[in-house]
Design a protein around this ligand. Structure first.
Ligand SMILES: Nc1nc2c(c(=O)[nH]1)N[C@H]1C(S)=C(S)[C@@H](COP(=O)(O)OP(=O)(O)OC[C@H]3O[C@@H](n4cnc5c(=O)[nH]c(N)nc54)[C@H](O)[C@@H]3O)O[C@H]1N2
Ligand SMILES: Nc1nc2c(c(=O)[nH]1)N[C@H]1C(S)=C(S)[C@@H](COP(=O)(O)OP(=O)(O)OC[C@H]3O[C@@H](n4cnc5c(=O)[nH]c(N)nc54)[C@H](O)[C@@H]3O)O[C@H]1N2
Ligand SMILES: [Mo]
Length: 766
């Protein structure tokens, strides 16, 4: 028991043996296929693996548990609609290795916490419910009934329901998400933080305010008609590989692709389509026409510079540049926006981008001549202090060009988790609209809590301050995904009880409250049998298509429950006298979908339509040029750019994903496209910066952050020379999360600022 307290909330600092080579100039091709097959067959075996791969993303098949990129509405590849990283996601969850009580008897919590996230993930699928008693260092087996009893006891013991937190990660199905939020609200709280808070919350905030809908407006088919596609702060070659197929098609149809990214990502340079023989033989399609290697957090300045140039060109080229009809009919705030831009110094804006003026002028020229423009973005825009303003400036650009609500044009925030968008649609939101709450009251006849709940950052602070005592996670890996790792660890350790519904072991099971529970659930790929019949659930992709997903593999253990059943049994144990028919929901997923239809807009004839091949589109007002803002018009907005001031020895750091990870799940130690192998504790730096600091490639450094009066340190990172703008650096998430201050969050959306962390770099000191 003595070493009990020595749990490690961080990844260990030992090195794994770095190899560095040239960065790659194209993505996918034969190596991607080989990697896919290796991952699946090594982990899953040939029979199980082949069965899954062929069902992936097919109509009526399994929705890939990886990213949220949509499936083609029309033809799908017979070879399988998957990518290398989808294959890794499958290998990860379909593995036949399993963790039973025996495993936890042999391995203590403190010893497991000394392993890296990669090693922890290798252990296998969780196979039975486990309980960690107060003061113990080993999880022990517990029955499902006892587990629910314990949770109910703690939940009902709280003086106030707002002392409990119900977190969701974005893999949860629509059905489970709907019941989960219903349960939390019936219990009495809106404390429903989710991974969105750390992800596209800034997009939701900016788009709701300006266009009246927190989701993107384009469909996959729009890519076939676009004249210009701008890709800002996104690395699709790794994180949304099937998007490259859409870009390849767009390119063939004549689109110009403009990329805005501090580093040259292989997947944005060129694509060798692994679904085509030519691609397998090495043939490639060049993707990006204009690559803007912007300084970190320079995007707002860039967009304002472009918008300013569009106005100048409008003057010069007899009013052919802006779409005045659209602006007049559909928007508000144009004059104020124009006046504000006039007051900004172009030279100043350009300086903050770090880009040559001519390059920005060329982009403005291209945009001025086209009107079908799609702008895509992901975490490179959303995880900054001024993220909401940056995305509002994206909207300004599209509004100037009338590039919304028409074929080949619009907003495209590319979502992360495969059902993160659906979870929000189902009501997982700490700040629910009164419309949703009214509807829940009407359908379910109980008084819902009206007070807003905690988002992710606020939840951590509440646990830290002792205002919240029970943490329940439906999926996810809270300790590794959140900022300020040591602060968050204390927050979780303060809790009376932490509970995780999970498929795989992760660090959040090891950095626990006074008591802890692991509830193992069925995964996407698992068949969900009830009375001998296989059941399906549904999800919503990044473009608002709702469709079914049905697992095919026999579960690795008989002791797993579906997430739906777990929530229903939790609700039954906790809520006495609930008039909600939890037992019927647990039995019959059609019944859940009927309730969703009654409660959530856009789900008419849910059960019928979700059974159709490919599913159905949810209504999207922006797509139809109807803007659900208070004035029913799209809003131009005005933002001031406040550059991050760096002291002489400070740098900006982005924390990004390698090619071998899904968030905190580490598939392997290589970042193939970036040429970094077998090591994750690296910091990518500009060669001149390395020199100025008196360092050399391969040196070992410690990284520190001193913001908000706190000393944060991440020890032992290897310096890697990289083509990245001066004073900008990159590390991998989650190893560097320890440096992201809890107080450092985006204005309005409260998303942790994980892409512009202010750091200092010094030679490692023992
Ligand atoms: N295989 C795989 N797929 C995934 C995931 C995964 O981890 N692995 N994660 C899923 C999830 S939840 C999400 S949210 C998405 C994440 O998808 P991405 O957003 O593509 O993921 P990141 O690695 O965070 O990469 C951000 C990109 O933004 C760039 N960038 C960083 N800062 C800036 C900036 O200030 N300006 C600009 N213009 N660019 C910047 C980086 O160089 C990088 O190319 O992917 C989803 N899909
Ligand atoms: N520094 C830094 N931090 C970041 C980011 C960043 O770019 N930089 N990105 C942020 C983003 S965009 C996101 S979305 C968050 C991600 O935050 P989370 O969603 O909390 O983290 P994941 O790593 O996706 O969660 C992985 C765990 O989910 C469980 N799991 C997998 N599949 C299932 C399932 O089907 N059901 C259940 N119940 N459990 C399952 C497994 O146990 C696995 O260990 O991290 C954020 N954190
Ligand atoms: Mo995400």
């Amino acid at each position: 028991m003595a070493d009990k307290k020595k749990v490690n909330p961080e990844n260990p600092q030992n090195f794994t043996g770095i190899r560095v080579s040239e960065t790659q100039k194209k993505a996918a091709g034969l190596p991607a296929v080989i990697k896919s097959v290796q991952h699946v067959y090594n982990e899953v075996g040939i029979a199980r693996g082949t069965k899954t791969m062929f069902a992936l993303n097919q109509k009526g098949g399994i929705d890939c548990p990886g990213c949220a990129w949509p499936d083609p509405d029309d033809e799908r590849s017979k070879l399988g609609e998957y990518c290398e990283n989808g294959a890794k996601a499958i290998a990860e969850e379909a593995t036949s290795k399993k963790l039973t009580a025996e495993f936890f008897k042999r391995h203590s919590v403190s010893s497991l916490s000394q392993l890296s996230d990669y090693e922890i993930g290798r252990k296998g699928r969780l196979a039975e419910p486990m309980y960690l008693p107060q003061g113990a260092d080993h999880y022990e087996a517990i029955t499902w009934d006892k587990a629910f009893e314990k949770i109910a006891h703690h939940l009902n013991q709280q003086e106030n329901p707002n002392q409990s937190i119900f977190y969701t990660s974005g893999r949860t199905s629509n059905e489970a998400a709907f019941l989960y939020q219903l349960f939390a609200r019936a219990y009495g709280t809106n404390n429903l933080p989710d991974c969105s808070n750390m992800c596209h919350e800034s997009s939701g905030a900016a788009l709701s305010e300006t266009l009246g809908i927190g989701k993107g407006s384009v469909t996959l088919d729009d890519f076939n008609h676009a004249e210009v596609i701008m890709i800002m702060g996104q690395n699709p070659g790794t994180n949304h590989p099937r998007m490259l197929t859409a870009l390849e098609k767009a390119k063939k149809n004549g689109a110009t692709i403009i990329t805005v990214n501090p580093i040259k990502e292989a997947g944005l340079l060129a694509f060798a389509n692994p679904q085509k023989m030519s691609g397998l033989l090495g043939g490639k399609t060049d993707l990006t026409d204009h690559y803007l290697q912007i300084r970190l957090n320079g995007d707002l300045a860039l967009l304002q510079a472009i918008n300013k140039m569009l106005f100048t060109r409008e003057e010069e080229y007899t009013k052919q540049v802006l779409d005045h009809d659209f602006i007049q009919k559909h928007t508000e705030g144009f004059e104020a926006f124009q006046r504000h831009l006039e007051g900004l110094s172009l030279d100043e804006l350009i300086r903050h981008t770090g880009l040559p003026k001519e390059q920005i002028e060329l982009i403005a020229q291209i945009l001025s001549e086209k009107s079908k423009i799609i702008i895509c973005w992901a975490m490179g825009l959303t995880q900054h202090k001024n993220a909401v303003d940056t995305i509002k400036e994206v909207v300004n650009l599209l509004l100037l060009k009338g590039s919304i609500g028409k074929e080949g044009a619009g907003t495209c925030p590319v979502r992360g988790h495969s059902n993160v968008q659906g979870d929000r649609t189902m009501g997982i939101h700490e700040k629910p609209s009164s419309k949703l709450l009214d509807k829940i009251e009407e359908v379910f006849q109980f008084e819902v809590p009206r007070k807003y709940g905690y988002d992710t950052v606020a939840a951590i602070e509440a646990m830290h301050e002792g205002k919240a005592n029970v943490f329940f996670g439906l999926g996810g890996n809270f300790i590794s995904a959140t900022p300020d790792t040591l602060y968050t660890a204390q927050a979780l350790q303060n809790c009376d009880l932490t509970v995780h519904v999970s498929t795989k072991l992760n660090r959040s099971h090891l950095i626990h409250g006074k008591e802890a529970l692991i509830l193992p659930c069925l995964a996407r790929t698992d068949v969900d049998l009830k009375n001998g019949k296989a059941r399906f659930q549904s999800v919503e992709n990044s473009m608002g298509v709702v469709h079914s997903t049905q697992g095919k593999l026999s579960p690795i253990s008989d002791d797993l429950l579906s997430e739906v059943e777990i929530i229903c049994r939790l609700a039954q144990a906790t809520l006495h006298n609930s008039s909600i028919e939890w037992d019927k929901y647990a039995e019959d997923y059609d019944f859940i979908r009927d309730s969703i239809e009654q409660t959530i807009h856009g789900f008419g004839k849910y059960n019928e339509r979700v059974r159709k091949d490919g599913g159905f589109y949810l209504p999207n007002c922006a797509r139809e040029n109807k803007f659900n803002t208070s004035s029913q018009k799209a809003q131009f907005s005005v933002s001031d750019f406040r550059p991050i001031e760096l002291a002489e020895n400070e740098f900006l750091m982005m924390t990004i994903r390698s090619h071998d990870q899904f968030n905190t799940t580490i598939y392997g130690l290589d970042d193939r496209y970036r040429g970094i192998y077998n090591e994750r504790r690296v910091i990518m730096m500009n060669p001149m910066d390395i020199k100025t600091l008196g360092l050399s490639s391969g040196d070992i450094v410690d990284l520190t952050n001193e913001q908000f009066g706190q000393h944060r340190i991440a020890k032992k990172f290897i310096v890697v020379e990289y083509n990245i703008p001066r004073r900008c650096t990159a590390t991998y998430f989650p190893e560097a999360n320890v440096l992201v201050p809890i107080q450092s969050k985006a204005d309005k959306s409260h998303t942790p600022v994980s892409k512009s962390v202010v750091i200092r770099i010094g030679k490692h000191a023992e």
